[in-house]
Design a binder for this molecule. Structure first.
Ligand code: CO
Length: 497
């Protein structure tokens, strides 16, 4: 079953999408709003939904006529959609990073971006400037009384969860050293060890890399306090964007990747553009025992992993002494070279993301890998109550076509028990982003009871729509017009109230 959102224009024939429609989402966010009500254009907002959908992503892509080289170099802009009794109100703010404030004043790019954005003045101005611009643009989560804007190569920025005012860079009450790396992909343990925990990590990378695994309380008066902390070192350059958890393990996939810093040092490339796949390398699962689990204090295990490149994992669980982890695999590291224009990328030339499951046998150092679905996907999620447990259902953004690469235009619900799937589609002129699962508050609810909210770029009106779907059958509950235009974004989270 596929449900379409925007009517097909017959003059477009078989064209699934136009490059122009897709790239029209790359624009600056021009306004910051306080509690602006969204306009309902279809359906109604379920009154049972109460809380805030926070979302982060690049909001400033051009300054003084110059564009970032890659949207991931755009400054973080937080949008907070507050659901209250059948209404939704938006507050949005740029994260006032030190660098954003300086660049706002001068109306120029003053810093190099990790993904290749150069400051003015050519090679000479860029060579040997190795300062990292913390753009706080990747994820936004609530921990204790703080809202944290995350960017993995440095420390989080703390914001007021209601007003989105920036409090400043945070060391989490002394947990982090000044500017210490802190992942943009925390995992929320829903209570496998009595209380809810936020489990996360930081990577100090180099020829030898160190992972710092941290667990914070995420419940009650002590929410935000550090519960456990361990460090483990591995040989090789680690590029770890995401990880997965089970009650006993933190699971990382160390891709076989090489880093040659010279083009970065000489001002020719951004640091992230210096990453290349290493076809002769050995990808490894790194399994780190959690301090609250039954292997606490034991050394980590390293197990062979399939070739390919992974940014994001879906979920993981333990079964019969084996660990299952589901991840989105690419054949190769998808990069945008120094001469490429990100607004004109050819999707056919880039590898697509494929959802696979690996069953890891730590005792025998082996794995079994199977493909769950061949459709290009990203941003997959489970019901957060099933984080770390065997889950049947997942929701994800997919391309419109069943095979090959393409922009994300549909939301899919996938049933891993029988391979069944249903989709809601915004094609041909709408482009989806990360779906956020809002679980039902009903105590007797089933795994797939709740809603999915997603921001969609509506290229017909060059604006952003917020869509609410029933998570069970992906029926459209409501379509709302967002009063600002928000570029294709990154990650978000749901905070109940
Ligand atoms: Co990510």
């Amino acid at each position: 079953m596929a449900v379409s959102y925007l009517k097909r224009d017959s003059s477009r024939k078989q064209e699934i999408f136009s490059q122009e429609d897709w790239s029209s989402a790359y624009c600056n966010v021009e306004r910051e709003l306080d509690n602006a009500e969204l306009k309902l254009v279809k359906g109604s907002i379920p009154t049972q939904i109460s809380g805030t959908f926070y979302r982060n992503g690049p909001g400033r892509l051009e300054r003084g006529g110059r564009w970032v080289h890659h949207p991931f170099d755009g400054d973080g802009m937080i949008a907070a959609f507050k659901f209250d009794n059948g209404k939704i109100k938006l507050t949005n703010r740029f994260v006032r990073t030190k660098e954003w404030q300086e660049e706002e004043k001068s109306q120029k790019f003053l810093y190099r971006g990790v993904f290749g954005t150069q400051k003015e003045g050519g090679l000479l101005a860029n060579a040997f400037d190795v300062r990292l611009k913390n753009i706080a643009n990747t994820h936004v989560i609530k921990l204790g009384n703080d809202l944290l804007a995350l960017w993995e190569a440095s420390s989080p920025y703390s914001l007021n969860p209601l007003t989105l005012e920036t409090n400043g860079i945070s060391n989490l009450n002394g947990v982090l050293k000044n500017g210490e790396a802190f992942s943009a992909h925390p995992r929320f343990d829903p209570g496998h060890h009595e209380i809810e925990r936020m489990v996360t990590f930081g990577v100090n990378t180099g020829p030898k890399s160190t992972i710092r695994l941290m667990e914070f309380s995420n419940e009650g008066e002590n929410a935000g306090s550090l519960l456990s902390d361990r460090k483990d070192s591995f040989n090789g350059f680690a590029f770890l964007h995401d990880f997965a958890i089970t009650p006993n393990w933190a699971i990382f996939l160390q891709n076989a990747i090489s880093f040659n810093p010279l083009p970065f040092l000489f001002g020719k490339k951004g640091a992230a553009q210096c990453l290349t796949s290493n076809p002769n390398g050995n990808p490894q699962f790194l399994l780190i025992p959690r301090d609250c689990g039954k292997f606490a204090g034991e050394p980590p295990k390293s197990v062979n992993a399939p070739k390919g490149f992974v940014f994001h994992h879906l979920n993981a669980w333990e079964e019969n002494e084996k660990i299952n982890v589901e991840s989105i695999f690419y054949d190769d590291f998808p990069s945008i070279g120094p001469d490429d224009n990100f607004r004109k990328i050819d999707f056919d030339q880039l590898p697509e993301g494929i959802l696979k499951r690996c069953e890891i046998n730590p005792a025998e150092n082996t794995f079994n890998c199977s493909t769950l679905s061949n459709q290009c996907c990203e941003f997959a999620t489970v019901n957060p109550r099933f984080e770390g447990l065997k889950s049947r259902f997942s929701w994800m953004a997919t391309a419109e076509n069943k095979v090959g690469n393409g922009p994300l235009q549909a939301i899919k619900k996938f049933d891993s028990l029988d391979g069944g799937e249903i989709s809601w589609s915004a094609a041909p002129r709408g482009f989806v982003s990360e779906p956020i699962f809002i679980p039902s508050q009903d105590l007797n609810s089933e795994e797939d009871d709740g809603w999915v909210v997603v921001l969609v770029w509506n290229s017909i009106r060059s604006g952003t729509d917020l869509i609410i779907l029933d998570s069970k059958d992906l029926a459209e509950e409501a379509i709302l017009e967002v009063p600002i235009s928000i570029p294709h974004g990154l990650h978000g989270s749901w905070v109940e109230s």
